[in-house]
Design a protein around this ligand. Structure first.
Ligand code: SF4
Length: 465
């Protein structure tokens, strides 16, 4: 497979250091920290009902959040609950069932699903019987398209025998495996002991069972990590040749994420070492034939994510990059975020509050946001920058009925320093992210984020380095 239409990526250390401010990852725009409480349930229901009139045949995307983990990895910033008690998952499934019933009641006919994702926490915390029950609940409420993309996040350390087979029988065909680093000292420092053979065995089982796109998550910047450990990890990972690799930066924010307080700050690599690891990882992956998709993601040229990038159809959603056109998303479970039409709606983040709402017979929504026209226009700009590395002005103006130069005059002014540094090229025809700018595309996107400009702070966001 030849990738022809993708802007190459050039790793420019000086520019990355200069422009590496904190910033959102734009899995949504507006970002979730802009959501507010209030009338979100009513807005969400109105959007669901409008969808049935305006797009009755459009397929849905489903997300289910499964929050439990056996043990806590010290770097973790996810919304999870550490427990060994599988009984807690039974209770959780009881409540998920209530939520599914409430959501399903808002549809006049059984909705069709083209994408399903189980995230966490650790979805494979569930016993096989619990997994069977959950899938039965979903399948009686929704109709799954025969070619639906069904993906699951896997913790190879705690995979029940037969779990992958069970999910494959139910149509699961994608998986993402948490690895982070293969070095035993790093694994010990982050409380995640996962010998390479364990990861390899899950990967091989997945391939035999027909999981066609397998992603491995890696992290750089963890305690005890170095260029040497990164090199060794990459050498092994490249022998496995997963279809996708996500390479995340570790952001040490112990004041926000309690497990991170158990990390010895003295063992965290210095920024220069972290940058060297990133450079090594990026160049190694590119030299091994992976395509840089954007942000933290790489894929083999034959993977559908790379093909979507090449064909200009790449999407960005709460799971990162995706291939399917902008689907409405129904998200189930504690803290999960739905998007129907112009409405984002987030469930309660706290398990007790989530259960209490369902006990009262109401959707467990806590906050959200109904996008204004300005939000939608800016969301399209940020999407085009992060998914296509360019905005073609005439096309954008025709689609959104705006005079680009006038509408975005203050934003374009803010691009000037990035243009001077060669991260972005601005002409009357297009705004194009350059090869040097691709790695910093979110910095370019931030210049179009109205909320960020008004809030004047980026303190709570993560950095690249
Ligand atoms: S990284 Fe994954 S397995 Fe580890 S604590 Fe976080 S959610 Fe659980």
């Amino acid at each position: 497979m030849q990738i022809k239409h993708v802007t190459p990526v050039e790793f420019d250390t000086a520019l990355i250091v200069k422009h590496d401010g904190s910033g959102p990852r734009y899995t949504s725009y507006p970002t979730a920290d802009r959501f507010a409480a209030g009338t979100i349930t009513q807005q969400y229901l109105t959007a669901l009902h409008a969808r049935q009139i305006e797009r009755p045949n459009a397929a849905l995307s489903l997300y289910v959040h499964l929050p439990f983990c056996d043990t806590v990895c010290y770097y973790c910033a996810c919304n999870k609950i550490a427990t060994k008690d599988r009984g807690r998952a039974d209770v959780y499934l009881d409540y998920l069932e209530k939520e599914i019933t409430l959501v399903r009641a808002e549809f006049s006919s059984q909705p069709e699903v083209s994408q399903l994702h189980f995230g966490g926490g650790t979805p494979t915390f569930l016993t096989n019987a619990q997994m069977e029950r959950l899938l039965g609940m979903l399948k009686s409420a929704f109709t799954f398209k025969p070619d639906a993309e069904c993906s699951v996040e896997i913790d190879p350390r705690r995979l029940n025998p037969g779990a992958l087979e069970l999910m494959a029988q139910h149509g699961f065909n994608r998986m993402s495996i948490g690895v982070q680093d293969l070095d035993p000292a790093v694994q010990k420092a982050v409380n995640r002991i996962q010998p390479p053979e364990v990861t390899e065995s899950v990967l091989e089982q997945g391939r035999k069972l027909g999981y066609s796109s397998i992603n491995l998550d890696l992290i750089y910047g963890l305690p005890k990590q170095s260029v040497q450990t990164m090199q060794a990890t990459l050498t092994t990972v490249l022998q496995w040749r997963p279809e996708r690799i996500a390479l995340y930066s570790y952001a040490h924010l112990p004041e926000r994420f309690m497990p991170q307080r158990r990390i010895d700050t003295a063992e965290i690599p210095a920024p220069a070492e972290k940058l060297a690891m990133l450079k090594l990882a990026v160049t190694t992956l590119l030299n091994a034939g992976y395509v840089y998709i954007g942000m933290d993601h790489f894929a083999l040229p034959e993977d559908e994510l790379a093909i979507a990038l090449d064909q200009g159809t790449l999407q960005r959603n709460f799971q990162g990059y995706a291939t399917q056109a902008d689907c409405d998303l129904v998200a189930l479970g504690v803290s999960s975020i739905s998007r129907i039409g112009n409405v984002y709606a987030q469930n309660e983040r706290d398990l007790d509050a989530y259960y209490a709402a369902l006990d009262q017979g109401r959707l467990p929504l806590a906050k959200g946001l109904e996008m204004s026209r300005d939000d939608l226009v800016r969301r399209a700009v940020i999407h085009d920058l992060l998914c296509q590395s360019e905005i073609v002005i005439a096309d954008f103006e025709a689609q959104w009925d705006v005079d680009f130069a006038t509408y975005f005059a203050p934003d374009l002014e803010q691009l000037q320093d990035l243009e001077k540094d060669g991260l972005v090229a601005v002409t009357a025809e297009a705004i194009r992210i350059t090869p040097k700018g691709r790695f910093l595309a979110r910095i370019v996107a931030m210049r179009f984020d109205r909320y960020l400009r008004e809030a004047r702070t980026t303190a709570k966001y993560s950095k690249v380095i």
